[in-house]
Design a protein around this ligand. Structure first.
Ligand code: ARG
Length: 411
């Protein structure tokens, strides 16, 4: 009888390569791997060959950059998604997409389980497993790296003993993850939150002091909250993001040093490089400030925080995201226009904005010729608006009140 199958999320790195023989030997399963290109530097054909050489019975690869940008990064931009106000959620947004690919392959292959290479201390295990549970509650989820008790040297020995090619790359003290929306760096010296990240942790961004002495300007065109063109040139969203990562990274834009609250309760020091995300979110917020009324902006801000938390927490496929996105979509109908962003030595600042739906009225705002604001109305407005303040302030000391008969405690 054929062994039952497990579908493994496979990066091609040491952990997930070791997981292939481990799942076969310890769990008696045939392993099918899935590798999803979300914009990390990956040679899909090499990864496929390595999976098969490591003992997988099948190896799927998918270029999902377009899908990632359209289905995950678009809504993230419209929602100005930033976890704890700082992290553009690059890794968090990619996990549900990878989980969806795992589930699709599991169904095609008739597998009873999926597996991932996450440890037991991070957010990613939560995201993979919650996503899988939402999409396919019948599937079991295995987490080999959470179960085995191997350290890195033992993993290398295990790999060698199982004929897995271990690249002779210099071992980095850092743990990184990359996709279109950003690069994350953890471990090594970064584990001391009192110490500034050394220059060597950065790979996408130039040190601001090494960046060009002259600023560069990029113009982002939005349609209903979605970036559609860069400097007047329409491009598919994932290409626009890649291009902007290069341009903004060269100006040192997008470095984020964050002391982050993980969903599993741990505080951790995370360094990110997110040049395109930084520029696009800044530009998008700049455009919204021009076209959305004050109350919508303020209410949307609370929705954005909640949205960012649920994405971080692994609840992408839950009902609340759909509800919040419906609200966000309604706010974006007029968020079309152009924003020019200045890139200069680590900073991305909105330099100009324009929209057919602009709420800016020169005749109301100006202090010069052509002022049409009716100042005489301000006095009456302030009289009414200030009534509660005056009433409150008219009581000098906290009022002494006789207790109301009905409020006396009953025994
Ligand atoms: N702290 C970030 C997050 O939870 C980045 C995680 C990076 N993941 C990784 N496997 N290196 O989204």
């Amino acid at each position: 009888m054929a062994r039952s199958k497990v579908v493994l999320a496979y990066s091609g790195g040491l952990d997930t390569s070791v997981a292939i023989p481990w799942l076969r030997e310890e769990k008696g399963l045939e392993v099918v791997t899935v590798t999803v290109d979300v914009g990390q530097p990956v040679d899909l054909e090499k990864v496929r060959a390595k999976a098969l050489a490591s003992g997988a019975v099948g190896a799927y690869v998918a270029d999902a950059r377009h899908q990632f940008a359209e289905e995950f990064l678009r809504p993230a931009v419209r929602a100005n998604a930033l976890y704890e106000g700082r992290y553009p959620l690059s890794t968090a947004l990619a996990r549900p997409l990878i989980a969806r690919h795992l589930v699709d392959v599991a169904r095609r292959e008739g597998a009873g389980a999926v597996a991932h290479g996450c440890t037991g201390k991070g957010n990613d295990q939560v995201r993979f497993e919650l996503s899988t549970q939402s999409l396919a509650p019948e599937l079991e989820v295995l987490a080999p790296a959470r179960e085995w008790a191997m350290n890195r040297d033992q993993e290398i020995a295990y790999a060698a003993a199982h004929g897995i090619p271990v690249e002779a790359t210099r071992r980095s003290p850092y743990s990184t993850d990359e996709n279109l929306w950003g690069r994350s760096v953890e471990c090594g010296i970064l584990e001391d939150p009192a110490i500034e990240p050394p220059e060597e942790v950065y790979a996408w961004t130039r040190a601001p002091l090494q960046a060009p002495e002259r600023p560069a300007y990029v113009t982002v065109q939005f349609e209903e909250g979605v970036p559609v063109a860069l400097d007047g040139e329409r491009r598919p969203f994932h290409e626009l993001i890649s291009r902007l990562n290069e341009v903004a990274g060269a100006h040192g834009v997008g470095r984020i040093d964050h002391l982050e609250s993980r969903v599993v309760g741990i505080k951790s020091r995370e360094v990110y490089e997110c040049p395109a995300a930084t520029v696009l979110l800044e530009a998008h917020r700049g455009l919204e400030a021009l076209v959305l009324p004050r109350d919508v902006l303020a209410f949307k801000h609370t929705v954005e925080q909640r949205y960012s938390e649920l994405v971080y927490d692994g609840l992408w496929f839950g009902p609340l995201r759909a509800c919040l996105e419906a609200f966000v979509a309604a706010t974006q109908e007029r968020v079309s226009g152009e924003v020019s962003v200045k890139l200069f030595r680590g900073l991305a600042t909105v330099a100009g904005r324009r929209s057919p739906a602009s709420l800016y009225r020169a005749g109301l705002a100006t202090y010069s010729e052509g002022d049409r604001f009716r100042r005489e109305m301000a006095e009456g407005f302030i009289y009414v608006w200030g009534l509660p303040s005056r009433t409150w302030a008219s009581l000098e000391d906290p009022p002494e009140r006789a207790p109301l008969p009905s409020s006396a405690p009953r025994r």
